[in-house]
Write a protein of this length. Structure first.
Length: 454
């Protein structure tokens, strides 16, 4: 248990919360406090899982009395700091999900994960602006901007955010829309998390009577050719087609599946809203760039969207790097060469996504996650094994140098590395504007997000 003299108000909630309020010394402590990325070592004052709004409000009162902050982290994705002096709030209990297929609107509790939402949309002919992993919390993904399979058609996930149910520092819990507080909604669309505790969101659903998607795998030696072909296809592909390309070098470590250790996989992942001739042509151009060893592209339903990338669904330690960039053939060759160099060996995966389309245009619902000029986002990933941090950073530096002037100094909010503030994703003027919103709605700085307003 925590020291009652240090945090008496918080400690007084122990009887009410039971095992849903944990302190250092609890046998479950390390599991409860850990984020998704186990390379982040966060040490909150306590971890709480409120069952309802009244318990959440009681946490807020106790935090104010004890001089603590509240940090909502639904499923642990995006963690970047130690959380010293904060109560870590898990929102799993807020799991209500309502789909109005006729109005094309969903109300989604802050405990709902992407896979659960897509299951609910099966058979409706509708999709939400979801990502590629079923266990990612949908509310957190949306409030961070959220790059979806459908971003080229509809912009960031946050662009489809209609309303937010929010507990603010004054103790009020209410639904908020643009008409109520346009500045707050603007900030929540991409920099959410530090303005209060979000308990639900309302989002647009988009028509998808036909979905086409899947993965094309190539021989390892085809990486540069396949990357170049994907960049070329992306220049003329319809906005309804999402294209992701990547190469993964599976290291010979216990964390990797035994049957894959020491192998290299080159993949292009695609999702199209519909099934167009232009989309088929783009994929055929990519297929012709190498030796296809597996091709799963075909008709899919909404729940299958999270199976395409086959991403890990269990927490693990890792390091990452990313940058918005404009890729061309020469840049691709330099990037692959850097990844294959001795300096690049610690970097397990190298990937990029084709941007453009609706991402490059202003949205009907303004947000800090606004238009993106660059045509691609490039990322690198390394497994967080002991002693890997410094070699991984050296590998990332080699990739960044290979991009050179083609790279921006910014990335997507959901791609930011730990300890990097919102200025790593947004213009300084926009970050300053969001900071002013924060000061207005949370003058005591009672809520802590994953990122700082710097």
């Amino acid at each position: 248990m925590t020291d009652p003299a240090a945090h008496p108000a918080l400690d007084s909630l122990a009887g009410r919360f039971g095992d849903r309020l944990a302190f250092p010394g609890d046998p479950r402590w390390d599991a409860l406090r850990s984020p998704w990325n186990l390379a982040i070592d966060q040490h909150p004052t306590a971890v709480a899982a409120p069952a309802d709004v009244e318990e959440l409000r009681a946490l807020l009162t106790a935090a104010r009395t004890d001089g603590l902050q509240l940090a909502a982290q639904p499923s642990g994705h995006g963690a970047s700091g130690t959380l010293d002096g904060a109560v870590l709030v898990r929102t799993a209990a807020f799991d209500r999900l309502e789909v109005d297929a006729d109005a094309r609107v969903a109300r989604i509790g802050a405990g709902v994960r992407t896979g659960g939402l897509l299951d609910a949309l099966a058979g409706t002919g509708l999709v939400a602006m979801t990502g590629s992993n079923p266990v990612v919390n949908f509310t957190a993904f949306t409030l961070g901007g959220g790059h979806s399979w459908f971003a080229r058609s509809y912009g960031f996930g946050s662009s489809s955010l209609r309303a937010v149910e929010l507990l603010t520092a004054d103790g009020r819990h209410r639904w908020l829309r643009d008409a109520d507080d346009p500045e707050l909604l603007w900030a929540l669309r991409g920099a959410g998390g530090a303005f209060g505790v979000v308990t639900a969101i309302e989002v647009d659903l988009h028509p998808a009577p036909v979905l086409t998607g899947g993965r094309i795998l190539f021989e390892a030696t085809d990486v540069a050719a396949v990357f170049r072909a994907t960049v070329a296809a992306g220049r003329t592909a319809p906005d309804t087609l999402a294209l992701h390309a990547g190469v993964v070098r599976i290291p010979d470590v216990p964390q990797a599946p035994a049957e894959l250790r020491g192998t290299t996989m080159v993949a292009v992942e695609a999702v199209e809203l519909g099934e167009t001739e232009a989309g088929r042509t783009a994929l055929d151009t990519i297929r012709a760039a190498g030796t296809v060893v597996l091709d799963s592209v075909g008709r899919i339903d909404a729940p299958a969207l999270t199976a395409i990338s086959d991403e890990p669904t269990d927490p693990s330690a890792g390091y990452g790097w990313s940058a918005l960039a404009d890729l061309d053939d020469a840049g691709i060759d330099r990037l692959v060469e850097a990844w294959q160099s001795p300096e690049g060996q610690p970097v397990m995966g190298l990937a990029f996504r084709v941007l453009g389309g609706a991402l490059a245009a202003p949205t009907a619902r303004p947000g800090i996650a606004g238009a993106v000029r660059e045509g691609h986002i490039v990322s690198g990933h390394a497994i967080g094994v002991p002693g890997a941090a410094e070699p991984a950073q050296q590998g990332f530096a080699a990739l960044d140098a290979a991009l050179g002037v083609a790279a921006s100094d910014r990335t997507f909010c959901t791609f930011l590395a730990p300890d990097v503030g919102y200025s790593g994703a947004y213009a300084e003027s926009d970050v300053a504007r969001a900071a002013r919103v924060k000061a207005t709605v949370d003058p005591e700085n009672r809520f802590r997000g994953n990122r700082d307003f710097v």
